[in-house]
Design a protein. Structure first.
Length: 274
């Protein structure tokens, strides 16, 4: 956003006025998101807010934007089942991100999929599970061949979860994992996959919430072949470049960009998930 604001200002700004960015950091404290949003709108008099990272942070600020009739651009993939006149949802909904993951069992002609969803106490991320489950059943996957697991923020027992995945996949089912585990939790999850010898040739994992930042220091050799996808705003002229991001920041301004693009990458020895 800061890069786009700088570029727009070089072109003369908007309606002859330069754009000014105001950046605040709620520090992953959900109630604080609402406080900072109110501050941006009432004190800083911003025209529009680009921000929030998790669904629970978005839910926290919604009442503020409705009350003050301001605009939020929410740039992250989200769980769907929500439509607010004060919010532009620019990230992928489950049918745009989750359904491709559901096709992994199809490629093998049979079998199961396991979903792991990071659930805050309010279980806001339950809808992706419902949508993906419905998709799999539509494709003929039986209830017994679908396993769903919710992990709360701060979960640490990845050994048990990966062990359950291994057990599920060793029962004669062709298995794949669709994961939206968020942030740093990806590190122990992928490490445990390696520890327990789960290879992509046996149980492929497709992840929708994993980035280079979390896996930068992780040895990718045991993880070759697993898939990751993420949605970025990309310019048409430089689609290969990823703009810098701030997970907790809520920059404000007014600008436009190209539609989000889902980029798939298979983990190789020279790269981490993208």
């Amino acid at each position: 956003m800061l890069m786009l604001i700088e570029e727009q200002n070089k072109k003369g700004g908007v309606l002859g006025k330069k754009l000014e960015a105001v950046v605040v950091d709620p520090g992953s404290d959900w109630p604080r998101f609402a406080e900072k949003a109110r501050e941006l709108i009432t004190k800083d008099k911003v025209a529009v807010v680009f921000g929030c990272w998790t669904s629970v942070s978005r839910k926290s600020v919604l009442p503020v934007f409705k009350e003050l009739d301001s605009i939020l651009f929410y740039p992250v993939q989200y769980e769907g089942e929500e439509s607010e006149r004060n919010v532009f949802y620019t990230g992928a909904a489950p049918n745009q991100a989750g359904d491709p993951g559901g096709r992994l069992p199809d490629e093998g002609g049979e079998g199961a999929a396991l979903g792991f969803w990071p659930a805050p106490t309010t279980c806001i991320r339950a809808p992706p599970n419902k949508i993906l489950e419905a998709y799999l059943k539509q494709k003929g996957v039986k209830d017994a061949d679908i396993m769903i697991n919710y992990t709360p923020f701060g979960h640490s027992d990845w050994q048990t979860i990966v062990s359950d995945v291994k057990k599920f996949g060793s029962a004669g089912r062709k298995t794949s994992v669709v994961s939206t585990i968020n942030g740093d939790a990806n590190v122990p999850f992928y490490k445990e996959l390696g520890n327990q010898g789960i290879k992509a040739t046996a149980i492929p994992v497709v992840a929708f919430s994993v980035g280079e930042e979390e896996l930068a220091g992780l040895d990718t050799k045991p993880l070759l072949g697993h898939l990751a996808a993420w949605n970025y705003f990309e310019s048409i002229k430089s689609a290969a470049q990823r703009p810098p991001s701030s997970r907790n920041g809520m920059p404000s301004s007014r600008t436009t960009s190209a539609p989000p693009t889902t980029r798939w990458r298979r983990i190789s020895s020279a790269s981490t998930c993208g």
